[in-house]
Design a protein. Structure first.
Length: 132
């Protein structure tokens, strides 16, 4: 079976970043162990929550995009559920159309040449229109 593209978004407890980095490394190591490939990850950013989550008012948000086989997701979810520092997570499959980055084709437009208009011609046409 071919690996598919997934995105993992997560909220972590408000702990020192040094304490949270091993958790993220554990997730990346699992993905690599299962012959997956990490594409991109965002450094953790501190967020204040709109409402308390497991009695926490603020924490860290991050996300990770990666390729992995579908049969390895259940074990990854078990790792995420067992980890006490992960308050919430969302694991989504990204469709191939969204995953492929297509270069945008720009049309090069030729500049339109504008004819220089003589003021005498404009005055002449105005006189014709106004009938003076």
């Amino acid at each position: 079976m071919e690996p598919k593209l997934y995105e993992l978004a997560y909220l972590l407890r408000n702990e020192p970043e040094e304490a949270l980095k091993p958790i993220l490394e554990k997730i990346r190591e699992y993905i690599e162990k299962k012959n997956g490939r990490s594409l991109e990850g965002v450094s953790l950013s501190r967020r204040r929550f709109s409402y308390p989550i497991r009695k926490e008012n603020e924490g860290f948000f991050g996300h990770l995009k990666f390729f992995i086989k579908a049969e390895d997701l259940a074990e990854l979810e078990e790792i995420l559920k067992r980890e006490k520092s992960i308050l919430r997570y969302l694991l989504t499959k990204i469709k191939r159309l969204e995953a492929e980055v297509r270069p945008q084709v720009r049309r090069i437009r030729k500049p339109v040449e504008k004819k220089a208009v003589d003021l005498a011609e404009i005055d002449k046409k105005l006189e014709e229109i106004l009938g003076s």
